[in-house]
Design a binder for this molecule. Structure first.
Ligand code: F6P
Length: 358
């Protein structure tokens, strides 16, 4: 039986996350064993595709990697279509190198594991004539078109465990502990980890906060005899004042102080309570993938191999209504998926008395 794809390229682009290697394994084991395909792995995301930095993958390359964090291929934030300054020629050179390497390596398709930026590039490459299949990865969970990205669940577990640990020290010292979580411009990680970790205040980029309202909430807890509180802050969260600024001014203002420290200062001046800040940072991206992420990444990887075999190109595999299907690449290439104000997790947080800062 012949299949539409005989040789495919594969790369991982953007911030790494647990589950990438499980996804690579899912794609390759199905492609090699079910369809007799051969994979060419590019190093460090799109940079390897531009520079022709690749290796033909042997079966032993993707054996025993299900539980390994990070990515065996390496990653980068290379954006081939991004014009630095007014240097249009550089973009043109990068795109022609990509096309040349794709052709010289006799690839039938390129498999991209990435977030928003990676899929935006994938969509543009499809418009340039390459065949591309995408898999949604990021701890931010902000890729349009899929209910969940692999990496999110692992980061959620890490962040929740950190919040659990902060509870004991906050209680021992009667302090307000502020923890800043990743998530880029979306609040998924902070919202879910805040609810799972029993946060008293959760601040999201989607809901600009008013420091006075936070202060009132914490003072009310104090009057009720709760001398400690946990404040979960998404790295993209902003005050109402900042939300009213233009993008450049807001960026400049945020350059020096991480939002978690700023919120702690604001709480201190509103309540005079003792506060401490933890920025969880890259710990959320490291280590072994959770069971859920391993299973999701594997199923998405296998679904991508099926698309390769049928020649259903220029689509992203995704989770929808608890089924693995696919969607046109133009969908994830659009703006990021942020938390809608009527999301059930927002309602749940409010129902258990969480303050969302407004
Ligand atoms: O996209 C994942 C992510 O961890 C974001 O949550 C975070 O804002 C960003 O990557 C950090 O980027 P970098 O790894 O380039 O420092």
């Amino acid at each position: 039986m012949t299949f539409a794809t005989k040789r495919f390229g594969i790369l991982t682009s953007g911030g790494d996350c647990p589950g990438l290697n499980a996804a690579i394994r899912g794609v390759c084991r199905a492609a090699y064993d079910k369809y007799g395909m051969v994979g060419v792995g590019f190093a460090n995301g799109y940079r390897g595709l531009i520079n022709g930095d690749y290796r033909v993958l042997r079966r032993e390359d993707f054996w025993g990697i299900l539980t390994r964090g990070g990515t065996i291929l390496g990653s980068s934030r290379e954006k081939p279509f991004k014009i630095e300054g007014s240097d249009y020629d550089v973009v043109e050179e990068k795109i022609s190198s990509i096309k040349e390497n794709y052709r010289d390596l006799k690839l039938d398709c390129l498999v991209v594991l990435g977030g928003n930026g990676a899929h935006s590039t994938a969509y543009k490459l499809a418009q340039e004539g390459l065949n591309v299949v995408g898999l949604p990865k990021t701890i931010d969970n902000d890729v349009q078109g899929t209910e969940r990205c692999f990496g999110f669940h692992s980061a959620l577990s890490i962040a929740t465990e950190a919040i659990d640990r902060l509870h004991t020290t906050a209680q021992s010292h009667n302090r307000v502990m502020v923890i800043e979580l990743m998530g880029h411009k979306a609040g998924w990680l902070a919202l879910y980890a805040g609810v799972a970790g029993g946060g008293d205040v959760i601040l999201l980029p989607e809901i600009p906060y008013n420091a006075k309202i936070i202060g009132e909430h914490l003072k009310k807890r104090l009057q009720e005899g709760k001398g400690f509180s946990i404040v979960v802050v998404a790295e993209g969260a902003m005050s109402c004042k900042e939300a009213a600024m233009d993008k450049k001014e807001r960026k400049r203002r945020r350059e020096n102080v991480s939002i978690g420290y700023r919120v702690a200062q604001e709480i201190k001046s509103e309540t005079n309570m003792e506060t401490r800040t933890t920025v969880l940072g890259y710990v959320q991206r490291g280590g072994v993938p959770s069971a859920s992420d391993r299973a999701l990444a594997t199923s998405l990887g296998v679904a991508a191999a099926d698309l390769l075999a049928c020649g259903e190109y220029n689509r992203m595999v995704r989770l929808s209504n608890d089924r693995v299907t696919s969607v046109d690449l133009s969908v994830p290439a659009r703006k990021t998926k942020t938390v809608p104000p009527d999301h059930y997790m927002i309602a749940a947080a409010l129902a258990v008395g969480v303050c969302l800062g407004r």
